[in-house]
Design a protein around this ligand. Structure first.
Ligand SMILES: *Cc1c(COP(=O)(O)O)cnc(C)c1O
Length: 354
């Protein structure tokens, strides 16, 4: 076990924090003062440390650059009114990071090392967790191959790092989405269930084509027949049909979202009927036509809930019921926000205090 006491902490000479307007944060533009790094070398994790956030050296032959040997996570920290800083379900991110690691032939990350890194980095950059309404600190843990070897093989050396950035209030405007029936994000037997770099680069082109046509993002369908709905952009997708919460079951091709799990947990706790199963495109379109579909939304860490206002399929565009009428998704968004901000009981033990 690597204890925090043994961690080297190199602080910045001068914090950048005075340059930040927490009322007006641009996503991903400014990173907090420090970053956490630990090396995997000779079969062991070594030399955990906090350093100033800065450019770093990497071998030009690194398989991370050439073959996408990289994995990542995304989670958030919040500041409570009493000054406490909490992370939302960080244990689930570690679980998923290690699922991705196995698929990408990477070493697993030990729990104590992960939490030491997270806690020490957040403790060091405590003042970067914004307290303004709707804001949070986005946390990006990632692992990549640090080999100096261009051959294709399981890598031997890695770095696990964590960087963070304050993110602004996400005034989520409802999104217009298009059901994609040519391009695919993931196939059975592939790596769709992992957060690995190789899944995200190729998804940008089809999303860009949809954006050029006036949509905000895509609804991905299955890679064989384009018959079943999978996800929306980088969010899980959910529908309320006939009063039931319906969402595609996770598997090889669908990322097992922590927001998704949290929404389903609350729905079940409230006694709502939940169906995790294959969801046909045709079923959703029919439900829209028949007025049985009352809500559609994406679920993910960035927005928590992203309301979907329109769904396009082939050449038809369907307008969904007004966002104000959506009882479940509005209620679940508020419930999740209240738990994260310490305004409601943390009944499921989702908050981790640093
Ligand atoms: C990260 C991600 C999600 C959402 O997962 P959360 O844990 O809720 O943030 C959904 N789909 C894809 C493809 C993702 O990368």
């Amino acid at each position: 076990m690597i204890a925090t006491q043994n961690m080297e902490i190199n602080k910045v000479a001068e914090s950048k924090i005075s340059s930040i307007d927490f009322h007006n944060i641009q996503f991903g533009k400014v990173y907090s003062d420090h970053m956490f790094t630990v090396d995997f070398m000779g079969g062991e994790w070594k030399n955990p440390r906090i350093d100033p956030y800065e450019m770093m050296k990497i071998s030009p032959a690194s398989p991370a650059l050439h073959y996408g040997i990289s994995i990542f996570e995304g989670l958030k920290a919040y500041k409570h009114e009493n000054g406490d800083i909490v992370m939302f379900r960080p244990d689930k991110n570690l679980e998923r990071l290690n699922i991705s690691a196995e698929r990408m032939c990477m070493p697993l990350l030990p729990e104590d090392l992960y939490f030491d890194g997270l806690n020490t980095l957040l403790e060091t950059d405590k003042s970067w967790v914004p307290g303004v309404d709707g804001t949070s600190l986005y946390i990006r843990p990632f692992v990549f191959s640090n080999d100096d070897y261009i051959g294709i093989r399981p890598s031997q050396d890695f770095k696990f790092m964590i960087i963070t950035c304050p993110v602004g209030a996400y005034y989520a405007k409802p999104v217009k989405v298009k059901i994609e029936n040519h391009f695919v994000r993931a196939v059975e037997g592939g790596s769709g269930f992992c957060k690995t770099g190789c899944n995200y680069g190729p998804a940008i082109y089809p999303a860009k084509l949809a954006q050029d046509q006036g949509y905000d993002q895509l609804i991905w369908t299955d890679g064989k027949e384009h018959k079943y709905i999978e996800e929306s952009g980088t969010m899980n997708i959910m529908f309320v049909i006939d009063g039931k919460l319906v969402t595609p079951a996770t598997g090889d091709t669908i990322l097992n979202g922590i927001t998704r799990d949290s929404v389903l947990t609350l729905a079940r706790d409230w006694g709502m009927e939940v169906e995790e199963r294959k969801v046909e495109v045709a079923e959703v379109i029919d439900a829209i036509r028949d007025g049985k579909l009352t809500e559609a939304f994406g679920a993910g860490t960035a927005a928590t809930i992203a309301q979907i206002s329109n769904i396009a399929y082939n050449d038809e565009d369907f307008e969904l019921p007004a966002v104000e009428t959506r009882e479940f998704s509005n209620k679940v968004l508020k419930a999740l926000d209240d738990i994260k901000l310490g305004k409601a009981e943390d009944k499921f033990g989702w908050l981790h205090r640093i």
